[in-house]
Design a protein around this ligand. Structure first.
Ligand code: ATP
Ligand code: MG
Ligand code: FE
Length: 365
């Protein structure tokens, strides 16, 4: 059985064809990253237009590379939530037309479920497992208990870690640094932090007194911006031209984001252990989302998992960021279990906001 997966929830247009074993037969990905870097952030109407211009070609390419005729597909799986409404709409509209034209079942996909399950395409990982998803739009901790069965333990109360890193990078105009001109904010900060002193600016880690495992990154962003303003004033230079201590600021920002993620994850692990939510035999933490590509953050999380006896699994960067493969894989998992498969003529709506699983955030103490 073959599944075509389609992703357009944010700023990548992705498509892939997978077989039932999770073998990638063909894929195609168009990233809008460079356009949005130039605009200094994602403008939804621009994202929508770029999806519209690329969706047909991307899907065609994935099918051609896999040498699969649409008539051979068992189903089409497409991200319908959560994400930018204008972006989701393009993928959904295309998919509904496609499944009707070829008379194929349709599988609507939750983008964060797909991020959480991708690891199972790469290696055998049994349910239940704990998952930390960190990206440009999300920060959440959940227990994955089944293909469509998640317990949400924590989520961000304001912004996401990738967004914070992107904003700090923009405030520092890192795009003007020769080594960083094509890097996302998070990548630029990781690179510059390698030569920085993370202790030079001791930023406070948020939520030290709350005992749940939700996240907050707005305070970190604020502290970093205050330091940047102070440094610019001391040196009497224009906004966004700081050079003297960008490495130290990058290192301190990355370190503070990493410690916050680690502290909240530690709480989640203790909660899971106290409530028997994870298997006693080789419990696992899966780390994914764009920010999971960060080697420093991975290393800090390893300290937590080693101290608590968990096994840390993190897909390679290519599978941590948005792509069509993870959507197709979620389709494969659903097809195997016969869950959430719709006939082609059912009208489906996209949902910009959609919580992952059952909300347990108030129970975590
Ligand atoms: P969503 O939250 O809906 O999944 P997204 O498109 O923002 O959407 P991703 O594509 O998974 O998420 O990730 C992009 C984010 O990851 C950006 O904010 C980027 O700065 C961050 N990022 C990418 N590489 C790194 C890195 N090496 N270190 C830190 N952050 C990174
Ligand atoms: Mg993206
Ligand atoms: Fe994503």
């Amino acid at each position: 059985r073959l599944v075509l997966g389609i992703e357009t929830s944010c700023d990548e247009t992705g498509a892939a064809v997978l077989d039932e074993a999770g073998e990638i037969l063909g894929e195609s990905l168009h990233s809008q990253k460079e356009v949005h870097l130039r605009f200094g952030g994602i403008i939804p109407t621009v994202a929508q237009q770029l999806h519209r211009e690329n969706i047909e070609r991307v899907v065609q390419e994935a099918l051609e590379r896999s040498n699969v005729d649409p008539s051979l597909l068992s189903a089409v799986a497409t991200t319908v939530k959560p994400g930018l409404g204008l972006s989701l709409g393009i993928g959904l509209e295309f998919s509904q037309r496609f499944v009707r034209q070829h008379n194929k079942p349709f599988i609507p996909i939750h983008h964060m479920e797909a991020h959480a399950l991708t690891v199972r395409m790469l290696q055998p990982v049994a349910f239940p497992f704990l998952v930390l998803l960190v990206s440009g739009g999300h920060s959440l901790l959940a227990v994955a208990q089944g293909v469509d069965d998640f317990l949400l333990l924590g989520h961000t109360l304001d912004e996401a870690p990738g967004d914070t890193l992107d904003k700090v990078a923009r405030r520092l105009s890192l795009i003007k640094h020769p080594q960083c001109s094509t890097l996302s904010g998070g990548q630029a900060i990781e690179l510059l932090a390698k030569d920085g002193d993370r202790m030079r600016f001791p930023f406070r880690t948020p939520m030290g007194r709350t005992s749940d495992c939700c996240f907050s990154f707005a305070g970190i962003q604020n502290q970093v911006k205050m330091v940047i303003i102070k440094q610019e004033a001391e040196e009497g230079i224009e906004q966004g031209t700081l050079l003297s201590c960008v490495n130290d600021i990058a290192a301190a920002t990355q370190h503070t984001v990493a410690s916050h993620l680690a502290k909240r994850t530690h709480r989640a692990i203790l909660f899971c252990k106290a409530n028997g939510l994870l298997p006693l035999n080789s419990p696992t933490l899966v780390l994914s989302g764009g920010v999971a590509s960060n080697q420093y953050i991975r290393k800090v999380l390893t300290i937590i998992t080693e101290a608590t006896g968990l096994h840390l699994l993190c897909p390679p960067p290519k599978f941590c960021t948005d792509n069509g493969v993870m959507i197709a894989w979620n389709g494969v998992e659903r097809l195997r279990e016969g869950k959430g498969i719709l006939p082609p003529d059912v009208d489906v709506c996209y949902e910009p906001k959609a919580r992952l699983g059952v909300d347990m955030t108030a129970e975590v103490k």
